[in-house]
Design a protein around this ligand. Structure first.
Ligand code: UT7
Length: 326
């Protein structure tokens, strides 16, 4: 039996950073941002909010929906590229907040594809019988690593989290198939150069802004479309589902033009292509669970319908998953 997402929830910080706010910070315009990216506003975590606290809020909401006590959770996986610390893991901090005393904890560093990587580990653990209740969380405080003087990146990113509970059975979304991939030869295209052991933080890395996220947007754009398309196709082929059988597309939210390209490629109607980018921007690993949580709140997917999830991010990494509403 494929593992099933039995509950999903999201958390978004209250504070909004609008395009007009950004117009006052860098040389940009609402018109440029909307036409080139589709983003109108994004959320910003408060100074005392972190991936762990945002992740814990989404996880608490998911556990409440599933009516499961935190002490019943066997494992916590947290996808994040903006962890509270390099060590300890954000998952361990979340475990303490939840009171999930029985759970083992692991962070996943696969950037914007992290949620799908996490889902694949949860699927393996649950289907092998190793664990019964696995929380997969994606939580990002991108605002802590964005240079608000760099118009190439600061307009794109936002903060937020999503969390789901994966179990061996129940109603929700059966995880029918997952395909993952990576290409480390292009790792330079998106990076945070300083703060790791290769370039430890120093006054010089600080003065040159090496602790901020750097991205070659144009190149990344091309890879994003190509890789998500190929991985979605691979996932459909592997699961024996025809393109015409996809009821909902949930793509990573990096740019509305990338979303359009993927949606057109698989002939998914625009109203069945999930879009949250206009209000949250790019929340890295959290975009897919946030979008799925919003769709689930609407009770929109019908039993038997297939949902195609596809993601792409730094690494480079990518992945796609086919879910079936049960
Ligand atoms: O989640 C991880 C994956 N991330 C992605 O998939 C992001 C992929 N990349 C993108 O979404 C797009 O490449 C961007 C939104 C980052 C940039 O859009 P673009 O259409 O590729 O613009 P560009 O970088 O080619 O820049 C076009 C022009 C440049 O001016 P010149 O050189 O033509 O005079 C930029 O300097 O637009 C300029 N520009 C801006 N202008 C106003 C760049 N950023 C801005 C800005 N406001 N914020």
């Amino acid at each position: 039996m494929p593992a099933t997402i039995t509950a999903i929830a999201a958390y978004l910080p209250e504070k909004i950073l609008s395009n007009s706010d950004l117009e006052k910070m860098v040389e940009t315009s609402n018109e440029w941002i909307v036409t080139r990216t589709g983003i109108e506003e994004r959320r910003m975590a408060h100074t005392d909010e972190f991936p762990s606290s945002m992740g814990a809020k989404a996880a608490q909401a998911a556990l409440q929906k599933a009516n499961l006590a935190a002490t019943e959770v066997d494992a916590i996986l947290c996808a994040t590229m903006t962890p509270d610390y390099i060590t300890p893991s954000t998952a361990a901090i979340i475990q303490n907040t939840l009171g999930a005393t029985k759970a083992c904890c692991l962070d996943i560093q696969a950037a914007c594809s992290g949620f799908l990587y996490g889902l694949s580990i949860a699927k393996g653990w649950v289907e092998s019988g190793m664990y019964r209740n696995v929380l997969v969380i994606a939580a990002e405080k991108n605002s802590a690593f964005v240079d608000y003087k760099d118009r190439n990146t600061c307009i794109l990113f936002g903060d937020g989290s999503g969390a789901c509970l994966v179990q061996s059975s129940g109603s929700g979304y059966e995880i029918s198939h997952i395909c993952l991939g990576a290409d480390g030869s292009e790792s330079h295209l998106i990076s945070i150069p300083a703060g790791g052991s290769r370039q430890p933080t120093s006054s010089s890395t600080h003065d040159t802004g090496q602790h901020y996220m750097k991205m070659d947007g144009k190149e990344v754009f091309k890879h994003a479309v190509r890789r998500m398309e190929a991985s979605a196709k691979e996932c459909l082929d592997a699961s024996g589902i025809a393109e015409t059988d996809i009821a909902w597309l949930i793509p990573h939210q990096a740019n509305i033009r990338i979303i359009e390209a993927i949606s057109k490629r698989f002939s998914i109607p625009w109203e069945r292509t999930l879009r949250t980018i206009h209000k949250y921007g790019n929340t890295s690993s959290a975009t897919i669970p946030i979008a799925l949580a919003e769709l689930d709140e609407l009770n929109a997917p019908q039993k038997g319908e297939h949902l195609l999830l596809t993601a792409f991010g730094a690494g480079l990494t990518w992945g796609s998953s086919l879910l079936t509403k049960v």
